[in-house]
Design a protein around this ligand. Sequence first.
Ligand code: HEM
Ligand code: HEM
Length: 140
Amino acid sequence: MKDVHSYWAYLVLAILIFTVVNAIIGLTQKKEFKDKDLRLGLFTLIVSHIQLLIGLAWYFMSPWYKALKADAGAVMGEKTTRLLAVEHPIIMVLAIVLITIGWSKHKKKTTDTAKYKTFAIFYGIALLLILSRIPWNNWL
Ligand code: HEM
Ligand code: HEM
C-alpha cells in the first residue's frame, strides 16, 4: 500500500502541475475553455481522489497512526514523525478538498475565463499545499 501511494504520487503531481499550468495559460491568453480542459480537470480530480483513498488506507495500517495513538506527545515533538503522522495527512486531505471544491465550482461558471480562473486558484493552492508537505527526504 505504501509503495502504491508512493508511485501514484508521481502521477498526481504531474497531472496537477499540468492542469494548473494549462489553466494559467488559458486564463492569461483568454483561450476558449474546451472539452479537453474539462477532461484534464476531471482526470486530476479522479487521480487525486484515488490517492486520497490509497493514502487513508495506508495511514490507518501504518506505524505512524499506531505511534500517534500510543504516544501523541512523542510523535508531535519530533519533526519527522509529526510530518508523516499528522501534517502530511491533514494537509493532503485539505488539498484534495480544495480540488473537489474547485471542480464543483468550475461547473457552475458560465464564462471560459471564470472556468480557467477557478481551476487556477483552487487547483493551484492545492498544488502549493501538496508541495509544502510531501516527505521529500523519504520519497525521491
Ligand atoms: C475516500 C475516498 C473519496 C472521497 C471522500 C471522495 C469524495 C468526493 C466528493 C465529496 C465528491 C463531490 C464533488 C462534487 O460536488 O461534485 C466527489 C466526486 C467525485 N469523485 Fe470522489 N471521493 C473519494 C474517492 C474517489 C475515487 C476512488 C474515485 C475514482 C475512482 C473518485 C472519483 C470521483 C468522481 C469522478 C467525482 C465526480 C465528478 C463529477 O462531478 O462529475 N472519488 N468525490
Ligand atoms: C495529493 C495527495 C497526496 C500525495 C501527492 C501524497 C504523496 C506522498 C509521498 C510522495 C509520500 C512519500 C512516499 C515514500 O516515502 O516513498 C507519502 C507518504 C505518506 N502519505 Fe501521502 N500523499 C497524498 C495524500 C495522502 C493522504 C490523504 C494520506 C492519509 C490520510 C497520506 C498518508 C501518507 C502516509 C501515512 C505516508 C508515510 C509513508 C511512510 O513512510 O510510511 N497521504 N505521500
